[in-house]
Design a protein around this ligand. Structure first.
Ligand code: B1M
Length: 214
């Protein structure tokens, strides 16, 4: 499934990718499935080819552009929720890292789950995460990292959040991140994909509210 879409993504042909996305939507395929089994699967294949030296950074850039433009088409379906904000979440890609496609997807899923989302962007320092969370009364801080080197910077954010006493829960994710790593740095949660990140955030907010009520 999604062979034409993945092929076009691997070749960086944004107009073809977008057309394929529209074709799948027209067939009634859910947006989340197009993202997971089409776009994300294609990006995974591209990453493998990059590792093997068969594709290069310009290919990654073209594919990233195609994926971002496709997400704009899928966004209305992904964020449709119609409920009033359950809480505020600050999201960002960790300091040193500029990969933002997964982070953007997490933002859309959080918005779809009813969160007000403040996107701090890429290369975000612990100071910026804490100050944005404080200013906006955020209950969730969501951090994304795609590099084995930059994921190590997540620990500083967890420590800064604890030291600040703001009480926001820190959740983390991204290709190299694992539950074991989250446990090791003291994060409040990890999830492997954007949809489960939104579910995790909802669960943590409900738990905090229940604890505050007792
Ligand atoms: Co880069 N890159 N890249 N790259 N790139 C990877 C990550 C890599 C695995 C490729 C490879 O070698 N196989 C590799 C990292 C190796 C490592 O650290 N072990 C790599 C490298 C080496 C690099 C450079 C160093 C290359 C260079 O310059 N020589 C450089 C680093 C720049 C930097 O950040 N300082 C670099 C640059 C780039 C581009 C700019 C060209 C481009 C990014 C464009 C952009 O984001 N705007 C790019 C791309 C596109 C990739 C791959 C091919 C695709 C990443 C992607 O967008 N995937 C990637 C290969 C791969 O991941 N297999 C690769 C789709 C996206 C939806 O998935 O972000 O994983 P992902 O999000 C997932 C989950 O991880 C999860 O949800 C999503 C699914 O629902 N998730 C969370 C993400 N964040 C979450 C947060 C959560 C919860 C879940 O809670 C808060």
């Amino acid at each position: 499934m999604f062979e034409a879409l993945k092929e076009a993504l691997l070749n960086g042909k944004a107009p073809v990718v977008i057309q394929e996305v529209k074709n799948e939507l027209a067939k009634g395929v859910p947006a989340a499935q197009i993202v997971d089994d089409g776009l994300c699967a294609g990006m995974g294949e591209l990453g493998e080819l990059f590792k093997q030296g068969k594709k290069f950074v310009p290919h990654l850039l073209l594919a990233a552009k195609a994926m971002k433009e496709s997400m704009a088409v899928l966004r209305p379906q992904l964020v449709a929720s119609g409920v009033k904000p359950v809480a505020t979440a600050v999201i960002g890609t960790i300091k040193g890292d500029l990969h933002d496609i997964g982070k953007n997807l997490v933002g859309m899923m959080l918005a779809g789950a009813g969160f007000q989302v403040i996107d701090a962007g890429i290369g975000v320092t612990s100071e910026k995460f804490v100050s944005l969370a404080k200013e906006n009364g955020a209950k969730i801080i969501g951090i994304s990292a795609l590099l084995t080197t930059t994921m190590l910077n997540m620990k500083a954010v967890v420590e800064a959040v604890h030291a600040s006493g703001i009480g926001a829960k820190v959740i983390i994710g991204g290709a190299p991140v694992t539950q074991a790593f989250a446990d090791e740095i003291g994060a409040d949660g990890y999830s492997p994909d954007a949809a489960s990140a939104a579910q995790l955030a909802l669960r943590l907010v409900k738990e905090s509210e229940a604890n505050a009520a007792t």
